[in-house]
Design a protein around this ligand. Structure first.
Ligand SMILES: NC(=O)N[C@H]1NC(=O)NC1=O
Ligand SMILES: [Zn+2]
Ligand SMILES: [Zn+2]
Length: 512
C-alpha cells in the first residue's frame, strides 16, 4: 500500500501542477477585466452573483431564441432554451423579462469623452452614465477634444488617471496619430505598447489645435508600426479640395442656411481621402507588406463614389472597413431648419437620396458597423442662438440614443434586430480587438442590454438624459421607439428605471 502511494503521489502532484498552471494561463483576461472591484451592492442594482435572465427574445449568434442566460461572476456561463436551468429552484434568481429583447450591450468605438481638459464639454462620469442609460456597455474613447490630446504614453496616462473610478461602463482608448509621432515612431510604439487599441488620425484639420492633420505618408509610416501590433488605424477621411465652396469668404452666402455649410464640404472631399487610403490598403491584405495592419474609415457620409472605392478594396482582399453614424441615417439636409446648428457635423449630413443609399449599404453589409461620433460641446460654441452654421462647433451629441435611433429609423428600411446587433456589438468588438465581448455566448462577459423595441417614448425635458448639454442634441424633441430597460456590464446591473448603480465599476480596457 505504502509503495503504491509513493508511486502515485508524484504523478498526482505533477497533474495538479499542470491544472493550476493552465488555469492561471487562461485567466489572463481576468487581469485585463477585473470582474468585481467593489462590493457587489455598490457596483450593481442587483445583489446576486449568480442568476438567470430569461425572455422570449434573446439575440444569440445562432439567431433569436426564447430561453435563459445564466450569469455567474460577471460571465455568461450558459445559454439555454426554456425558463432557467433544470432543477433550478430559487425563483428569485431568475429575472424574467417577458418579451423584451435581451441583446449584447452596444459597443460604441467612436466617442469623444473630452476628459481631461474639456470636461465641461463631456466627461467620463456623464458620458459613461449616458452610455449605460442607452444600453452601451463599452465605449472606445477618441484621442482628441481632451487636453492634452492622447498622442504619447504620458498623455495616455493622464487619460487613464482621469477615468479612474468614474466610468459606469468599460472604456478602451484610441491613441492619436499626428505628424509628431508619425515622424518619431518610437513615441508611437510606446503609445501602442501602453495599451491603446489602435490609433486615430485626421486627413483634414481636426478643429483642435493640438491634434494636427496627417498626410497619407504619415499614415503609411504609422501603419508600419500598427502592422507589428496587429491594431487598426481609424481615419477621419476628408481631404480638402479646391471645389469646396469657401463660403466663409463669400459675403453673398447666408451662414444660417444649412446648404451654405453643406456646400463647403462636398462628397469629393471624402472620395479624395478614401482614394488615397485604398492606395495604401492594398498592402494590408494577406502577404502584403503591411499585413497585420487595418484601415478603418470613420463616419462615412458619402454613399456614392467613396463607398464604391471601399467595396472595390474589400473585394480584392484589403484589410479595410467602414462605419457610418445614426445622424447620417436619421436626418437629411432638406429637413435641417435654418440656423439649427445642433445638426452641424463633419462630414455633413447630405440629401435624402444619399441617406437612402447609405441605408441600402448598411443592410447589404457594405458598411461594417455603426458608431455615434458623440462629440458634444458647450452652448457658447454651438452658437444655437446665433445660428451660424459656418462658425458653430461641428459635432452631434447622441451617445445615449444609439439604440432607439437606429431602430426607429432602421425598421422602416427593413433592419432586423439581429442586423442591429451585428452592427452595434459583434463587428465593433472585432475592430477594436476586444475579446470576450460583443455576443451572448458562453465564456463572454455578461454585457447585456434589455430593451423593448415596441415601446415608444418622447425625448422631452422629462426624459432622463445624461449626456452633457443634452439640450444641444439634435435628437431632443423627437419621438422614438425602442426603450432601454436594463443594462448589465460584466453581470453588474448598472442601469435600471432611470437610475444608475451607486458606484462606477467600469474598467479600462488596455491592449496587451
Ligand atoms: N473634433 C471632433 O470631435 N470632430 C468631430 N465632430 C464632427 O462633426 N466630426 C468630427 O470629426
Ligand atoms: Zn471625425
Ligand atoms: Zn469623432
Amino acid at each position: 500500500m505504502d509503495q503504491f502511494v509513493w508511486r502515485v503521489l508524484p504523478l498526482l502532484t505533477i497533474l495538479i501542477s499542470f491544472f493550476v498552471f493552465f488555469y492561471f494561463q487562461n485567466s489572463d483576461t481576468a487581469q485585463l477585466y477585473p470582474i468585481i472591484k467593489l462590493p457587489r451592492n455598490q457596483c450593481s442594482l442587483l445583489p446576486h452573483h449568480h442568476f438567470w435572465i430569461s425572455s422570449k427574445r434573446i439575440v444569440t449568434p445562432q439567431g433569436i431564441i426564447s430561453g435563459s442566460v445564466e450569469i455567474n461572476e460577471g460571465r455568461i456561463v450558459s445559454v439555454v432554451e426554456g425558463y432557467g436551468k433544470q432543477g433550478q429552484s430559487k425563483q428569485e434568481e431568475i429575472i424574467d423579462y417577458g418579451d423584451a429583447v435581451i441583446m449584447p450591450g452596444l459597443i460604441d468605438v467612436h466617442v469623444h469623452l473630452d476628459e481631461p481638459g474639456r470636461t465641461e464639454w463631456e466627461g467620463f462620469d456623464t458620458g459613461t452614465r449616458a452610455a449605460a442609460a442607452g444600453g452601451v456597455t463599452t465605449v472606445v474613447d477618441m484621442p482628441l477634444n481632451n487636453y492634452p490630446t492622447t498622442v504619447s504614453k504620458e498623455t495616455l496616462k493622464l487619460k487613464l488617471d482621469a477615468a479612474e473610478d468614474k466610468i459606469y461602463v468599460d472604456v478602451g482608448f484610441w491613441g492619436g496619430l499626428v505628424p509628431e509621432n508619425a515622424l518619431n515612431l518610437t513615441i508611437l510604439d510606446e503609445l501602442l505598447s501602453a495599451g491603446v487599441l489602435g490609433v486615430k488620425s485626421f486627413m483634414c484639420p481636426s478643429g483642435i489645435n493640438d491634434f494636427p492633420m496627417t498626410t497619407i505618408d504619415h499614415i503609411k509610416a504609422g501603419l508600419s508600426v500598427l502592422a507589428k501590433y496587429k491594431r487598426p488605424i481609424v481615419v477621419h477621411s476628408e481631404l480638402v479640395q479646391d471645389d469646396g465652396n469657401d463660403s466663409e469668404h463669400d459675403d453673398n452666402r447666408d451662414p444660417h442656411d444649412y446648404l451654405t455649410y453643406l456646400n463647403t464640404r462636398p462628397p469629393s472631399w471624402e472620395e479624395a481621402a478614401i482614394r488615397q487610403l485604398v492606395g495604401v490598403s492594398k498592402d494590408t491584405g494577406i502577404g502584403g507588406s503591411l499585413e497585420g495592419a487595418h484601415i478603418h474609415i470613420v463616419h462615412l457620409s458619402d454613399s456614392s463614389a467613396s463607398l464604391d472605392l471601399i467595396k472595390e478594396a474589400k473585394s480584392r482582399g484589403d484589410s479595410i472597413s467602414v462605419e457610418t453614424c445614426p445622424h447620417y441615417l436619421a436626418f437629411t439636409s432638406e429637413e435641417i431648419p435654418n440656423g439649427d446648428t445642433r445638426f452641424k457635423c463633419s462630414p455633413p449630413i447630405r440629401d435624402a437620396q444619399n441617406k437612402d443609399k447609405l441605408w441600402e449599404a448598411v443592410l447589404e453589409g457594405h458598411i461594417d458597423l455603426l458608431t455615434t461620433d458623440h462629440s458634444p460641446t458647450v452652448p457658447e460654441l454651438k452658437l444655437l442662438e446665433e445660428g451660424d452654421f459656418l462658425k458653430a462647433w461641428g459635432g452631434i451629441s447622441s451617445l445615449q440614443f444609439n439604440l432607439p435611433v437606429t431602430w426607429s429609423y432602421g425598421k422602416k428600411y427593413g433592419l432586423t434586430i439581429e442586423q442591429l446587433s451585428l452592427l452595434w456589438s459583434k463587428r465593433p468588438a472585432a475592430l477594436a480587438g476586444i475579446e470576450s465581448k460583443g455576443t451572448i455566448e458562453v465564456g463572454n462577459h455578461a454585457d447585456i442590454v434589455v430593451w423593448q423595441p415596441e415601446q415608444e417614448f418622447d425625448l422631452d425635458d422629462n426624459y432622463p438624459v445624461f449626456i452633457k448639454h443634452y439640450e444641444l442634441s439634435a435628437y431632443m424633441g423627437s419621438r422614438l421607439s425602442g426603450k432601454v430597460l436594463d443594462t448589465y456590464v460584466r453581470g453588474n446591473l448598472v442601469f435600471k428605471d432611470g437610475k444608475h448603480a451607486p458606484s462606477a465599476c467600469g474598467v479600462q480596457i488596455l491592449a496587451t
